[in-house]
Design a protein around this ligand. Structure first.
Ligand code: HEC
Ligand code: HEC
Length: 267
């Protein structure tokens, strides 16, 4: 089911790319490991993963990235996968890509108030975006994830990584949750459902127990708005105005979700 939806969305995205109507291209595109079509990126081609032990680790990391609740079960407290937010296997520029990002660490983290390693940054998404617990830095799951992210980062320079990093820049606005409720019904509910619970493993939950907790980056209205302008709805990316995105993010922000576990505030 998940694969079918992904194929449908990919086919649509390619159609948009080839006709040049994407409307959401961003400058400074990162070199993709296996990009064959300009403008829209594609997930990296797993056929080019080397054979042998290291290749197995990379493929295992990709499975975790795509279906985190299934393949890193012990550390996940919701139904979200890395790939729900880090699009195209973590390679889509301005959708929080991870290509080349390991090379930017160790880095000072404002949230943690200290210098953190790349592995610790991954742990941070586990305790916030995955509403789970931090996989130990030497756990099989962490080793596999890091092997996969290193693989998509191969040959990507620091400059290229910085150019595509993060989210789209949009003006700082004030969201109107009432207007957002109307947009949600018209443009989001068909996939994410009226109750925001989505369809687990196909359409991710936007609020409630299957979603990220209130300590996650996506829980900030400006951050979600920047993500939406770039990525949603996936069949028509680039069609929400910054104001629409702020409005619908404000609506979603008013809904219930799990609390961040303060025991993990060092992340
Ligand atoms: C609910 C959405 C969501 C999920 C699920 C999620 N992340 Fe993230 N992640 C984000 C956001 C948002 C950022 C911050 C992007 C920004 O502010 O530029 C981020 C940042 C990161 C960063 C730092 C990127 C940088 O440029 O410094 C890493 C590494 C990361 N995530 C790894 C992961 C991994 C691995 C998983 C799966 C185990 C995961 N994330 C799951 C939303 C998510
Ligand atoms: C055609 C189905 C579809 C529609 C319509 C849609 N989404 Fe999504 N959404 C997805 C899928 C699938 C993903 C996972 C990422 C991907 O594969 O593109 C996603 C991911 C997300 C995420 C990040 C993951 C999470 O759970 O936090 C947010 C936030 C989001 N959508 C919000 C919205 C909003 C707001 C709208 C309406 C403006 C919308 N989406 C419309 C299918 C849809």
């Amino acid at each position: 089911m998940k694969l079918r939806v992904a194929l449908l969305l990919t086919t649509f995205a390619l159609g948009v790319a080839l006709t040049g109507n994407a409307g959401n291209t961003v400058p400074g595109t990162i070199q993709q490991p296996s990009a064959t079509v300009p403008i829209a990126s594609q997930p990296p081609d797993l056929a080019s993963v080397p054979a042998g032990k290291q290749g197995d680790l990379i493929r295992q990391g990709r499975d975790i990235f795509d279906q985190t609740p299934t393949h890193a079960k012990a550390y996940v407290g919701n139904r979200l996968s890395c790939n729900d937010c880090h699009l195209q296997g973590g390679t889509e520029p301005k959708a929080a890509p991870l290509t080349g990002v390991p090379g930017l660490f160790p880095l000072y983290s404002q949230r943690a108030g200290r210098v953190i390693s790349f592995g610790e940054r991954v742990q941070e998404c586990f305790v916030r975006s995955e509403n789970g617990t931090p996989p130990p830095l030497d756990s099989p799951e962490m080793n596999a994830l890091l092997a996969y992210i290193e693989w998509i980062s191969h040959g990507v320079s620091k400059q290229e990584a910085l150019a595509g990093r993060g989210l789209v820049q949009i003006p700082s606005l004030t969201g109107n949750a009432d207007r957002g409720a109307v947009i949600y019904q018209q443009r989001c509910a068909a996939c994410h459902q009226d109750n925001g619970a989505g369809v687990p493993a196909v359409f991710p939950a936007l609020w409630g127990p299957d979603s990220y907790n209130d300590g996650a980056g996506m829980n900030k209205v400006p951050k979600m708005a920047a993500f939406l302008v770039k990525a949603m709805p996936p069949t028509q990316p680039g069609t929400l105005s910054p104001q629409d995105a702020y409005d619908v993010a404000a609506y979603i922000h008013g809904k219930p979700r799990a609390k961040f576990n303060a025991a993990y505030s060092k992340y």
